[in-house]
Design a protein. Sequence first.
Length: 566
Amino acid sequence: MATTNDKKRRPFSSQVVDGMERAPSRAMLHAVGFTDEDFTKPQIGIASTWSMVTPCNMHINRLAEDAAAGVDRADGKAVIFNTITISDGISMGTEGMKYSLVSREVIADSIETVVGCQGFDGVVAIGGCDKNMPGCMMALARLNRPGVFVYGGTILPGCHQGRNLDIVSVFEAVGARANNKIDDAELHSIEAKAIPGAGSCGGMYTANTMASAIEALGMSLPGSSAQAAISPAKKEDCARAGAAVLKLLEHDIKPRDIMTREAFENAITMVIALGGSTNAVLHLLAMANTTGVDLRLDDFTRIGKRVPMVADLKPSGRYSMAELIEIGGIQPLMKMLLDNSLLHGDCLTVTGRTLAENLADTPQYPDNQEIIRPLTDPIKKESHLVILDGNLAPQGSVAKITGKEGHCFSGTAQVFDCEEEALKAILDGRIHKGDVIVIRYDGPKGGPGMREMLSPTSAVMGKGLGKDVALITDGRFSGGTHGFVVGHITPEAYVGGPLAIVENGDTITIDADSHALTLHLSDTEIQQRLNDWIKPKPRYTRGVLAKYAKLVSSASEGAVTDNHLE
């Protein structure tokens, strides 16, 4: 029988296993491998997102075992449990993709549920695919128990005819095949070689973006974001994370002590410097909302004015995450940003030390590398993440403008009420130079689920129209998207936002310099159309998508489902 009075080390598990009356609980735990001695140890939950659903997560069961071993060696008791994952890359372009963003909320809910129910004193959360990471972080913020996030790691690139491949290569090859630039055999070769094994998509797409942001936030151990999925470094990262949670417990350091406003500003700075995914805006807003930090779209604009984009990484650049790892990962970049007063060095991290202390001995990048440019010679002097408002997005929208697309695009609207219709029009050759593709009713409530538009944007690139066509939506974009795109338009069409009344032939202008998304109609005409607009019936009335649509907030608030429930 457990008799320890050390409640400081076991603030929650002691409530579950201490005392005569908790004998039934101990009996159940004996069956899963607990010894009498284990009942005197802090219990650390290992939240694993392992699944054979996707290569991003297929190895995480082994990483969870490494993290558990790290906990046990540090005199804790690890308990591994699972939550879900879905695959954006597999479901992209289908009705099933509507569950993607929903899965972020399910992951956060399920981790909170298990940890809260079982009385774990701390948590190691291991995520691989895109929604795993913010889902894990939202759960850690809600629970506010000592915790560390571990990134499952990036995939190595595939190779075809001497060219590195990733999943975006396949999406763009579909467009190239539709344009008869390649044949069926070439498409199949690219398909078969693009994904060589375990790990998250290999460019600075959403997974690697969020992993880097979370490390800059201070919630991962140094180096966690820039390690291959299958590597000794990643195994060691997991083991060290297990031990780190026990130290956080000892010093009573909790996620909300680390996830401060300044820490979120560090995360935004990192995303901008790396040229990261537009999804980072949505997820960081959601994480901040959950933490109680007042982060807004305007903060991305404010920080973006002083932080340059310096990483030449895919999708808009040349290099993969695996190549960035070879030159030192993101730590030298963080040191560079810190030395130029672009990061808050006094922010606390999961090491128990400050960010500046973690980076003190970080070496510089090799002299001959071309992946990370000097701050004095950036790819873009200001952020590539441009927040637009204007009469078509009065509550904000997010554009990804790396500078290669230009800064302004004006064209003729071609309107589609779902992604599938737009993709078919692109592949059939009905989209032409000067068009602005409008995809609406795919926002958080309207989809529901705010699908990513990688299929149509990749088809545009594959068709060779990347510089000649723009795409705007109340949905969102994959981290693999590049081209002239604007997403997260709010208010979304389903709730009566101006996007709902755009018609074929209307003129739309995207202006990154004035931060405006403009529908060239008079206020009177816009109001008249809105007066005549009829709200569509909900697409789902039962099940998880219906619940999500009823609860979810605007994309400009992070599209969370527990906002202002009181």
